[in-house]
Design a protein around this ligand. Structure first.
Ligand SMILES: [Zn+2]
Length: 324
C-alpha cells in the first residue's frame, strides 16, 4: 500500500526518522510495501546524532530520489505545542546531553519540506492504526514496554494531546501484596515504568529480563504493574483494543495472557459485554509505518517560517516508522 496523493499521482515519498534511546532509524519510502532504504544510526550526543541523520537525508535528496516530507517520532518528553517557542524539541529528558534539543526546526530549516513531529509511542500508535493491529479502530491505545513504558492514546481517531502528550508509564499503582521493592524510576520510584520496564527489571535482578524464564517470580510484579496500568486505561479510555509492544512484551509473550486475564474482567464488567473482542489485547505488528495527515503540522507551518507550504493535499503528511 502506498499513498498516492502527490502531484502527478506518484506515491508520496517520505523520510521517516524514528529516534530511540539507543539508535535512530531513518527510512525512505511511501508505504510498508514500498520501503526503499533503511539506515540505522547509533544515538550518541545530539550534535553528532542529528548531523548523522542530516547526512542520510542529504544523501537521499542529492544522490537519491528525494522526499516530499519528513516525519519524526522521537523519545521524549517533547514539546508538541505549536504555539510554544520550543515546539519540535526534546525537552526534559533524563538522557544525558539531550535536554532542550530542537529537532523539527533544525530539519525543517535544512531540508525545506514539511516536518511532522511526535513521540515514538504516538507515532507507533498511529502506525498501528494505519497499517497494523488497530486498522479500522477509532479508540485504541498502544503501549510499549521496553527500556521505558510509554503509551500512545488515540481517541476518536486522533492522538490525545492536551497540555502535552500523556505519560501513562509514570502512573502510580497499587502494589502487589508483599512486594516492597522501591522501584527504579528517578522521579517516582515505584510507578509502572519503575516496576515493569526493561531497565527496572535489570535494576532489580542485576541482569537483563531477556535472560529470565517465564516462571521467574519477577514476572509476577511486572504482570501486576502492567495489569494495573491497563485497568486505568480501560476505565478512562474504554479502548476498542490495546496493542502492546516493546522489547519486554515481545520477548516475554506469556505477559499478554497474564495482563489480558487481569484486565478482561474489568472491561467486561464496565462495557457490559458478555465476551472480550478477539485480540482485545494484541501484540504490536512490527515493521509498520504510518502516514499521518496531522493537524498539528499546519500549526507548525503557520507559526514557524521554517516550514514551507507545499501542495495542499499532502503537505502535512508525516511518516512514522516502528520496530524495524
Ligand atoms: Zn515514574
Amino acid at each position: 500500500m502506498t499513498v498516492n496523493d502527490a502531484p502527478n499521482h506518484r506515491p508520496v515519498r517520505i523520510a521517516g526518522v524514528e529516534m530511540g534511546g539507543t539508535k535512530c532509524v531513518c527510512l525512505l519510502g511511501s508505504g510498508p510495501d514500498a520501503i526503499e532504504e533503511v539506515v540505522r544510526i547509533p544515538t550518541t550526543q545530539p550534535a553528532q546524532t542529528l548531523a548523522a541523520i542530516e547526512d542520510v537525508l542529504t544523501n537521499w535528496r542529492e544522490d537519491g530520489p528525494g522526499f516530499d516530507a519528513i516525519g519524526v517520532a522521537a523519545f521524549g518528553p517533547l514539546d508538541l505545542d505549536p504555539q510554544s517557542a520550543s515546539y519540535g524539541s526534546i525537552t526534559t529528558t533524563s538522557k544525558h546531553g539531550w535536554r532542550d534539543t530542537p529537532v523539527a526546526p533544525r530539519l525543517a530549516a535544512k531540508f525545506d519540506v514539511p516536518v511532522g513531529f511526535t513521540t515514538d509511542t504516538i507515532g507507533a500508535a498511529l502506525a498501528e492504526g494505519r497499517w497494523g493491529a488497530a486498522v479500522g479502530l477509532r479508540d485504541y491505545v498502544y503501549i510499549t514496554v521496553g527500556t521505558g513504558v510509554g503509551a500512545g492514546i488515540v481517541v476518536n481517531g486522533r492522538p490525545a494531546l492536551g497540555l502535552s502528550h500523556p505519560e501513562l508509564g509514570h502512573l502510580r499503582i497499587p502494589r502487589l501484596t508483599g512486594d516492597d521493592w522501591p522501584g527504579s524510576c528517578p522521579y517516582h520510584g515505584d510507578c509502572v515504568e519503575g516496576l515493569a520496564s526493561g531497565s527496572a527489571i535489570e535494576a532489580r535482578l542485576g541482569y537483563q529480563g531477556a535472560e529470565v524464564d517465564a516462571d521467574h517470580p519477577v514476572w509476577d510484579g511486572v504482570a501486576h504493574a502492567l495489569a494495573m496500568m491497563l485497568h486505568a486505561v480501560v476505565l478512562t479510555v474504554m479502548p476498542q483494543r490495546i496493542i502492546m509492544g516493546g522489547s519486554v512484551m515481545l520477548g516475554q509473550r506469556h505477559l499478554y495472557a497474564r495482563v489480558t486475564k487481569n484486565c478482561g474482567s474489568v472491561w467486561l464488567a464496565t462495557s457490559r459485554r458478555r465476551q472480550l473482542p478477539t485480540d482485545w489485547i494484541a501484540a504490536s505488528r512490527r515493521r509498520a509505518l504510518a502516514i499521518w495527515p496531522g493537524r498539528s503540522a499546519p500549526s507548525l507551518s503557520r507559526s514557524r517560517r521554517y516550514a514551507r507550504e507545499g501542495p495542499e493535499r499532502w503537505r502535512f503528511l508525516t511518516l512514522f516508522l516502528i520496530g524495524v
